[in-house]
Design a protein around this ligand. Structure first.
Ligand code: SAM
Length: 218
């Protein structure tokens, strides 16, 4: 597939403005802000909509799915406290934008998407952009047990509950970030694994995600 990808002053300037906006909204992690300042978000959009790419909004990417709002991506990324070399499982690749942010933060990323059309798009676009996660197609609501344990797990779709099987794939000291609630709104939940069966759970702000669909989900 041939991609037409240009990153001109206009897009670079818009990215800088977006970073400022996210700082004003309370994002403090320098690494996360730098990553947002670097990843060309407009490349995930049809050229007709490039003028929308650096607005702080979610946007349809086809097949009823959305590229997450930049604030949400920054918020979840900040919560994950990604360290260089962390092994991160991302559930819900979607456009692949969040995947790129995790890679910019120095993580080794395992990312899974259940929709084939989106999967097929990201396995082409991301490597073309120079981003090389490990891609998987399938139901991520069970995590990916074959590649566990993970330092961090991020779920980018709204879950009705926290799947037990996912928690078991965290390394001790590892952390899960997952939006949990009903179809209309979810609380961002972070869970730290402190022992074999010990987990510290914190509930944070309210968001609205597309649903996590699968065996351990809706
Ligand atoms: N973070 C992504 C981005 O930056 O574009 C947006 C993700 S979108 C809000 C949520 C994605 O989760 C959708 O692409 C959806 O198909 C996917 N999804 C939902 N349930 C899933 C499951 N059980 N396993 C894998 N992916 C799932």
């Amino acid at each position: 597939m041939a991609y037409k990808f240009v990153d001109k002053y206009r897009e670079k300037g818009a990215r800088k403005q977006l970073v400022k906006h996210l700082e004003n909204r309370g994002i403090e992690d320098r690494g996360v802000l730098q990553a947002i300042g670097k990843v060309p978000r407009h490349f995930f959009f049809d050229e007709t909509f490039w003028n929308q790419a650096y607005r702080d909004i979610a946007f349809p990417i086809g097949d009823g799915q959305t590229i997450s709002q930049p604030y949400t991506v920054a918020y979840q990324s900040e919560l994950l406290h990604v360290k260089k070399g962390d092994k991160v499982l991302e559930i819900g690749t979607g456009s692949g934008y969040q995947t790129c942010i995790l890679l910019e933060l120095g993580a080794t990323v395992f990312t899974i998407e259940r929709q084939e059309v989106l999967y097929n798009r990201t396995i082409q676009i991301l490597p073309y952009m120079g981003y090389k996660p490990h891609f998987f197609l399938g139901d991520g609501s069970r995590g990916i047990p074959e590649h566990a344990p993970y330092d961090k797990i991020i779920v980018t779709a709204g879950a009705p509950f926290v799947p037990e099987i996912m928690l078991k794939q965290l390394r001790y000291g590892g952390q899960l970030v997952i939006p949990v609630g009903d179809e209309k709104s979810q609380k961002m939940v972070t869970i730290l694994r402190v022992g074999e069966n010990d987990f510290d759970r914190i509930e944070l702000d309210t968001f609205r995600f597309v649903p996590l669909v699968g065996d351990q989900a809706w």
